[in-house]
Design a protein around this ligand. Sequence first.
Ligand code: NAD
Length: 697
Amino acid sequence: MTTRYEVRDSIAILTLDNAPVNGLSHAVRVAYAEGLEKANADASVKAIVVTGAGKAFSGGADIKEFGSPKALAEPNLGSIIRMTEMSNKPVVAAIHTTCMGGGLELALGCHYRVVSPGANIALPEVKLGLIPGAGGTVRLPRVLGVEAATSMIVSGEPVPSDMLAMAPGQKLFDKLVQGDLLEGAIAFAKEKADVRPLPLVRDLKVGHPEADGYFQFARNTAKAMAKNFPAPAKCVDAVQNATKMKFDDALAAEREIFVNLMFTPESKSLRHLFFAERAASKIPDVPEDTKTRDIKKVGIIGAGTMGGGIAMNFLNAGVPVIVLEMKQEAIDKGFGVIKGNYDSQVKKGKLKQDKLDQRMGLLSSTLSYDDLKDCDLIIEAVFEEIGVKEKVMGAIDAVAKPGAILATNTSTLDVNKIASFTKRPQDVVGMHFFSPANVMKLLEVVRGEKTAKDVLATVMAISKKIKKTAVISGVCDGFIGNRMIEQYGRQGGFLLDEGCTPQQVDRAVEKFGFAMGPFRMGDLAGNDIGWAIRKRRYGEKPNMRYSKTADLLCEQGRFGQKVGKGWYDYVPGKRDAIPNADVEAMIAKHRESLGITPRKISDDEIVHRLVLSLVNEAAHILEEGIANKASDIDIVYIYGYGFPPHRGGPMNYANELGLFTVAQMMKKFAQNPLDDAKFWEPAPLIKKLIAEGKSFA
Ligand code: NAD
């Protein structure tokens, strides 16, 4: 990792070279500063071109240095930008492919910028709960205007270079170079070699004719769209500073906001998630260079709720899919749902008609297993009954080609047992999608005792292709996510028994930041599903205490949104949860039958009983090796269960609380005679970490 230096035809070329995206590490910055100095000292050099090696100009800060002293060590990003501005010879940034964050801030310090078409230009710091910290908020409005710059900084989204280069009045790019960028940049640098004074972005004027009104509007919008995150509104503040303050004062103010945000729990959580997501694809005993199997065609058994959604993932990624069902009607129904989903995307303008046709063109169906012979991956999504799974896995095993991966989408059944229904358990793996499977980002990849390493590597790779975040789980009842949700559900039931209403619990949990409280979630997922699981699970564990309210609810047929009534009532076509007096009376009657006098329970108790029930179960899961790392569990809960991202997941939240406090709270909950004292015994891992002064991180 360095910045390469060469002189071609009286032009010095500084090439940022730090794969994969030329992150601006300390070593790169040092070499850049040396190069710039050398070029300025060399009388034969007339101008300087800065570019990036390989597939980026620069993606910004080097994430490997994140949080380490090296990230801020001199020369820091601000210093090399200032040094670039002060160069006596013109500096031309030659931008291609990716120019983001610190990369764009560096380019804005150059005297000129030329760019290739199709490059992604962004200041994405807001996605990590930050604002740009090296002049981005002060310089970008000067070249793009206040509104365009604010929208780029607040959203963090990339904009194609051609679009920006074509914008009327823009001063970001001096030239759009078709063809060889470096040649174009050298020619441009020669043209400008003798032009003085050197233009600086800092010297440009910036303002807005309706400044106060505009910034108020932008701030309100940012706050409304990112309720739990301070950074988007701070981005607006920083741009407003750029219009009101002298350049260097605005720069200092930006720095101050940046540093303050760095220490917010929201930014810490988002940075934690950023790393957690990258770490999730790494499996301790599966080397990263493990050869993967080719997946050119996918077979899916079952065209129900899950089968259809799973199929869409592969169609969206351009992978042909064949779906097997028992009857043609089931196929017609399932394909109707898929087509309907795509149609509504077309109507909303999110999908072009020709793309829809292309995707539907990749989809075929069959009633015969023989037609699955050429599939590289076959996923069963049939009824959740072990007998049905046995029949289906046997039939797949009989026809699948050697080396095909056989996956099950079971949510609760034993993947080892399912693997044993075939003669090739090494090729069997769980692919646990979440409903709606075409929307939810999470995929639990369930590793059976005999699952081959290259099968895991292949499934992790294909999950990336279909834009899922995959997490490895070992085999246990419910895998990572649903095993934890069982304890959460039990606490929800106890809270009703002790005096809460469903809406009180949901409100508290939603205020904490969950997308949905447990009872609204039950209504959405279908209360009958949990009922069936409880019958099986608590049939096997008769001593496990749980509240019977949910069973009583199901006995009344209140299965949730799909039947218009559950914990709440629903009006057709709407998702609003309307409290129902009969349900509350049923809860009260059940409470009475248990001889419980209701008490007022605080939101704090509600939230912590629910969240820490997840944490304690998760600690057992970690200890048993079902999950490889705590951050995987955070990913599962944020992408699969609506845990608030600004809290960074249950494990990150527990770390923030401090495990000592976590254990104290658990011990307190254990003293409640209506709760489950045995469950609240802090998991041995928690005790061990406290003793060692450590956290889950
Ligand atoms: P579903 O009832 O909607 O669909 C199952 C489909 O499988 C039906 O269309 C049925 O005709 C077909 N089928 C049943 N037996 C078959 C056989 N022998 N051969 C061919 N087709 C057969 O069920 P679902 O909700 O899609 O669930 C499917 C699987 O996915 C289950 O294992 C379930 O546990 C799991 N899962 C469901 C969810 C969810 O939220 N619904 C989430 C994750 C995993």
